[in-house]
Design a protein around this ligand. Structure first.
Ligand SMILES: *[C@@H]1O[C@H](CO)[C@@H](O)[C@H](O)[C@H]1NC(C)=O
Ligand SMILES: *[C@@H]1O[C@H](CO)[C@@H](O)[C@H](O)[C@H]1NC(C)=O
Ligand SMILES: [Fe+2]
Length: 441
């Protein structure tokens, strides 16, 4: 196996070695990941965001936050050298009246050893409130975030297959302009594709946004990063760097979980872990759906990486789409889930409410939003003619916003990255199925 036997040095010295290893990785990827035969526009190189030179080796970086239960936030950050896993916070600038000590972990991946990955859960916090915080007692970097509101309205940004290219940068700039509360990401984050320093680079690229609003993610195929024999454990970097609050929803895996926020029950499914009717995920989903009280959370939103409905030629017939849909579609239908967001296909597509391949007024709307801007480029070939259940489909980069107004109405908008400016390319007014008498719950 043509793997360099040198120890991976820190950035930026790792870059040349990284480039060499990219070639090796490309070979691995094409051998062990699903291969697609469709054409894509010319790929773009990954943007590499180096570690800031002015930071001390024990300074926090790659800070991101995620919701934990109704009123807590988990802060995750990385230091190059060991540093206390301490978050200090308060609701006035510079006045860090509270202190929480979390825990630290790290991981190894072939010749790479990660930095110190810290996580601390702070709270209870007030809803709709700005907090000021710092990590590892480092006064060189102060952060701020806002908690989501306790009640509707709430605004989500939804974006999949993000990656770290110039396209991604444009998408992030557009997202930064929308005053959202929570970001939902249906898989394929960094496109590090085995090159572990690119996970660090991705952490730096998203930090300005991900340290300010909760980013709730689920896994895509690019998170698996298995190399047979050499590194057989899947999801090593993903689970270490992007821990999600799975225990709070009685899940036993970071690969699927759910949470409530302001009248919305969000379910994060895992395309790349077992999903058949004997699986732990299936049993968990059945129990989770049973617990939903539509008078408290009138909306149910589901995210899953591989789309169950898709009229793009990309990723047709994969078992994560076909078999998972066969296993779980009925469960979501019977629960009257409002919308299912997925990624994987690098384009935008909105289906009508659909069940079992047919339009059905009491079924979820299916939306593919895998157009974040990763290095692989767009999936621009579609099956012709367009199936009637597909309402809008377009291969352009962009992001989605799901603004839930109240118990009955929500506005979905798809914002295309046209000439580096966000343009509304599609919109749809949702009526929650919990308020449609004909769809008996
Ligand atoms: C962070 O906050 C502390 C305490 O208010 C302050 O002394 C320091 O200058 C701030 N650092 C930055 C980079 O803003
Ligand atoms: C919900 O919001 C929509 C859109 O803003 C509005 O037209 C409708 O009257 C609201 N419904 C209730 C029950 O408040
Ligand atoms: Fe994918």
């Amino acid at each position: 196996m043509a793997v360099s036997h040198r120890k991976m040095p820190p950035f930026p010295a790792a870059l040349t070695i990284t480039t060499t290893i990219v070639v090796v990785a490309a070979v691995f990827s094409s051998l062990f990941c699903s291969v697609s035969s469709y054409e894509r526009p010319p790929p773009r190189r990954n943007l590499v965001v180096p570690r800031r030179k002015d930071l001390d080796s024990d300074s926090p970086e790659q800070v991101h936050i995620s919701l934990v239960g109704a009123d807590k936030m988990m802060i995750t950050w990385i230091t190059e050298d060991s540093a206390p896993a301490v978050v200090e916070y308060g609701s006035s600038p510079g006045l860090y009246t509270k202190l929480v000590t979390g825990s630290t972990s790290s991981y190894k991946y072939t010749f790479y050893k990660s930095g110190y990955i810290h996580a601390a859960t702070i709270g209870p916090l007030h809803p709709d409130t700005t907090y000021y915080y710092r990590c590892s007692s480092d006064s060189a970097r102060n952060f701020t975030f806002k908690t989501p509101p306790a009640q509707l309205p709430i605004k989500f940004v939804v974006i999949g297959d993000l990656g770290q290219t110039e396209w991604t940068k444009t998408t992030l700039e557009n997202i930064a302009k929308s005053d959202y509360d929570v970001l939902l990401l249906p898989g394929d984050l960094s496109y590090a594709d085995l090159i572990q320093p690119l996970w660090d680079s991705f952490g730096r690229l998203v930090e300005p946004l991900a340290s300010q609003r909760p980013w709730m993610v689920t896994q895509g195929n690019h998170e698996i990063e298995r190399i047979p024999v050499i590194h057989s454990q899947p999801f090593t970097a993903y689970n270490a760097r992007w821990p999600m609050p799975f225990e709070q929803s009685s899940s036993t895996s970071n690969l699927y979980y759910s949470f409530d926020t302001a009248g919305v029950h969000v379910i994060m499914l895992g395309s790349y872990t077992d999903f058949d009717s004997n699986s732990a995920q299936y049993g968990w989903l059945v129990a989770d759906l049973k617990k939903i009280d539509r008078s408290k959370t009138p909306w149910i939103v589901v995210l899953v990486h591989a789309p169950w409905y898709n009229s793009n030629t990309a990723h047709q017939g994969e078992k994560e789409s076909v078999d998972m849909k066969t296993a779980m579609e009925e469960l979501l239908y019977e629960a009257h889930v409002d919308v299912v967001f997925s990624g994987h296909v690098h384009a935008y597509e909105r289906f009508t409410r659909v069940h079992n391949g047919e339009a059905n007024d009491c079924a979820p709307v299916y939306i593919t939003i895998g157009d974040g801007g990763n290095r692989e480029g767009l999936s621009s070939k579609y099956i012709d003619p367009k199936p009637e259940i597909s309402i809008v489909r377009e291969a352009s980069f962009g992001h989605g916003e799901f603004e839930v107004m109240n118990a009955t109405n929500a506005l979905w908008t798809w914002h295309r990255n046209d000439d580096d400016v966000a343009v509304v390319g599609d919109s749809f007014v949702f009526t929650s199925l919990s308020s449609v008498p004909a769809c008996k719950l």
